[in-house]
Design a protein around this ligand. Structure first.
Ligand code: GSH
Length: 216
């Protein structure tokens, strides 16, 4: 069987999504850990020209971009499908994935989670309160909209756990650990969803390293 290798910095939420998908499929894999900041080296840019994480290798096949990797895992490995078949659920899953990639990660998590958790834990940085305050309106908008779309469904795309949950849970896990995220999420269906999804074996098996967990 071809070896499946995940390259990335342990604790990265996008990398955790890939690991969660592999765990859901019970697929064997190996992590090739990079040091924080090592993603811009010429060597790593051969795997990911944009210098982001994660990237994967499966046998001779290389892939980067988390969405693409998640869909590849779902198509490659047997086990419970991670994508719905009904048109509305497919639409909702893809919409939520788009919200993460265009709004939640770049405008909210990349600022608040970095300033509150990653920067202090990995780089000894003091949080930039002005940047955090500037990201708050987008944080309320994104988390509020995800909560509205979740409604009274069990999962983000409807009744079944899907790639929408796989992508969003590691991002919202960190946001929920910041004072700003905790306050926005308090009492919401999205908070209850995070608790429920967080209990899955795949999420438990992929918890961030101790330093980031302590900071969270
Ligand atoms: N569009 C990329 C985004 C990946 C991304 O931004 N990953 C973050 C870590 S969670 C990263 O590489 N940060 C390092 C950096 O920006 O230098 C994907 O979906 O894989």
């Amino acid at each position: 069987m071809s070896e499946f290798v995940v390259h990335g910095v342990p604790g990265s939420p996008f990398m955790r999504s890939v690991l969660v998908a592999l765990e859901e499929k019970q697929a064997p894999y190996r992590v090739e850990a990079l040091a924080p900041g090592a993603t811009r080296t010429p060597e790593y840019r051969r795997l990911h020209p944009f210098g982001r994480i994660p990237a994967i290798r499966h046998g001779d096949f290389h892939l980067y971009e988390t969405q693409a990797i998640l869909r590849y895992i779902d198509a490659t490995f047997a086990g419970r499908p991670l994508q719905p078949r009904e048109p509305e659920a497919i639409g909702r899953m893809n919409q939520v994935i788009g919200i993460n990639d265009w709004y939640l990660f770049p405008l909210v998590a990349r600022v608040i989670v970095f300033e509150r958790i990653v920067g202090p834990a990995l780089f000894g940085k003091t949080p930039d309160e002005a940047s955090i305050a500037a990201a708050l309106p987008d944080a309320r908008l994104c988390l509020g909209e995800l909560d509205r779309l979740l409604g009274d469904h069990a999962y983000l795309a409807g009744d079944d756990f899907s790639l929408a949950d796989v992508l969003l849970a590691p991002q919202i896990y960190y946001l929920a650990a910041t004072p700003e995220g905790a306050s926005i999420l308090e009492g919401t269906a999205l908070r209850a969803w995070l608790e429920r999804v967080g209990e899955r074996a795949s999420m438990q098996a992929t918890l961030p390293p101790q330093a980031l967990r302590k900071a969270a």
